[in-house]
Design a protein around this ligand. Structure first.
Ligand code: F0G
Length: 461
């Protein structure tokens, strides 16, 4: 029998109940405000932005259930009911024993680094993340990259570019000795590599290795559900397992975690540290009162903790992740049809445009990704961000890091934009691609000491 429909489409497992109106700007206005913002998209006012792809962090749409739970937040200073709902969700869905709430991910990184890292320690990890590495360094540690080589190659189609290279890890262990390594730092769905997953096989091999050597694994689980989706789609033996089960299995192979709930967990603010070790928990419970707030709120309102508890459950729904990553893939395929060079395979939380390939006439000291993000904003009011040499910052000796990847990140907020928005974004990137030869580099005219990408200012060369 002949069928008319060749392939069935998916669609979002939700509908809209409220909308936020956006301001449209003219190109003249955008040229002016981009210059005023020192060619740094972080310094734009969001009012002047049409489609905001700066980050997927804290930019999620909450569900009616989450908003409803907001009204039930228990705002008691101590022993809030909402804290216990939050704790229950972390234990039930992630399987970690002890929870320390924090205002966001870096709050958890600060506390964890202070507890575990001593001066002179070495922390191997699967590619750096900006705040994670800075907290490791501020605590006296040194980060060593042990991700597989393919992760640094925008064109490698490796299905699990987030994987740890166990030979690299073994070399670090041999060079420094286990006593200098407080933990192995792994991120699920590696942000800086382009939202690339680790395989379950790699996680299990890492667990076996660390068990043998008596080493801890600390899990940056900011985007663990997106990683689990890729395992389900790509790894043999996981096709029939649901995301909930896969996430629990990932967590079970680690000893503790830090989490920015602003991503996967579908809220606008929040995070936590979790551990299975009583001693670490006890110290964290003590430090959290110094830096965040009492151990039953850690800088969050009761309503935030209610929303996170529900967001965690919603994030583990298979249909949600299919639509979430499906939308990112839709945008990525559109861009590829236009011939725009992007990191492959398409990642979980955004499209990462390869600025070195886009602007081959600029060298890395002319900040090609920074310049490209500014041009895309000027073209259409779409705000993206740099993930290249500016984000990488400087080593403690003052030298610039020169990351192999020089990328512009088109980060997709969860449950926020439509497929038509994706079309507009891809067409804007293609329009800028058409006139790529006319794009000039930038020079940095102001550089803050820490995490410079947030506040640095530039001028056109
Ligand atoms: N770890 C990862 C992998 C992250 O992506 C982030 C934040 C953090 C930790 C820190 O969490 O922001 O809640 O303090 N990433 C955001 C981004 C800022 O745009 O990628 P936070």
């Amino acid at each position: 029998m002949k069928t008319i429909v060749k392939k069935r489409s998916w669609a979002e497992p939700y509908k809209m109940k409220m909308v936020e109106l956006l301001k449209m700007t003219t190109k003249q206005q955008r040229i002016r405000v981009m210059k005023e913002a020192g060619y740094n998209t972080f310094l734009l006012r969001s009012e002047d932005v049409y489609i905001d792809l700066l980050t997927d962090s804290g930019t999620n749409s909450m569900s009616d259930r989450q908003w409803g739970a907001f009204m039930q937040g228990d705002e008691a200073y101590a022993g809030s009911k909402s804290y216990y709902h939050f704790e229950e969700a972390v234990q039930k869905y992630y399987g970690y024993k002890y929870l320390i709430p924090t205002h966001q991910g870096r709050g958890a990184e600060n506390i964890l680094s202070k507890i575990l890292i001593k001066k002179g320690d070495v922390v191997p990890g699967n590619m750096y993340f900006t705040t994670t590495r800075l907290h490791q360094e501020l605590a006296g540690g040194k980060f060593v990259d042990i991700i597989i080589d393919e992760a640094h190659d925008a064109n490698s189609e490796h299905p699990f570019k987030g994987n740890v290279d166990l030979n690299k890890l073994d070399a670090v262990v041999k060079k420094y000795g286990v006593e200098k390594i407080p933990y192995i730092s792994i991120a699920t769905n590696v942000n800086m590599a382009g939202g690339q997953p680790m395989s379950m096989q790699n996680i299990k091999e890492l667990r076996a290795y660390t068990k043998k050597h008596g080493l801890r694994i600390i899990h940056d689980m900011t985007r663990v559900a997106e990683n689990a989706y890729f395992i389900q789609q790509r790894e043999k033996g996981y096709e029939k397992k649901d995301i909930k089960t896969i996430v629990k299995e990932i967590c079970a192979n680690t000893d503790g975690a830090t989490m920015s709930a602003k991503k996967d967990a579908l809220v606008n603010i929040g995070g936590f540290m979790a551990t299975n070790e009583w001693d670490v928990f006890e110290e964290a419970r003590n430090l959290v009162v110094v830096y965040e707030g009492l151990h039953t709120y850690g800088g969050l309102a009761g309503r935030d903790m209610e929303a996170i508890a529900i967001g965690i459950a919603e994030s583990l729904d298979d249909n949600h992740q299919h639509a979430r990553v499906g939308q990112v893939e839709y945008l990525g395929h559109k861009m590829m049809e236009f011939g725009i060079p992007i990191v492959k395979p398409i990642g979980g939380h955004g499209i990462f445009v390869d600025a070195k390939a886009f602007l081959p006439h600029l060298n890395q000291d002319q900040f090609p990704a920074q310049a490209l993000a500014a041009e895309i904003y000027i073209d259409s009011g779409v705000r993206t961000m740099e993930r290249g040499i500016v984000s990488a910052g400087r080593k403690s000796n003052g030298e610039n890091y020169y990351p192999k990847l020089e990328l512009v990140r088109f980060t997709i907020p969860r449950r926020v934009y439509t497929q038509a928005h994706m079309d507009v974004i891809a067409e804007s990137a293609a329009t800028v691609f058409d006139r790529r030869k006319s794009i000039k580099g930038l020079k940095m005219v102001y550089e803050p000491k820490y995490l410079r990408f947030f506040q640095a200012r530039f001028e056109k060369l």
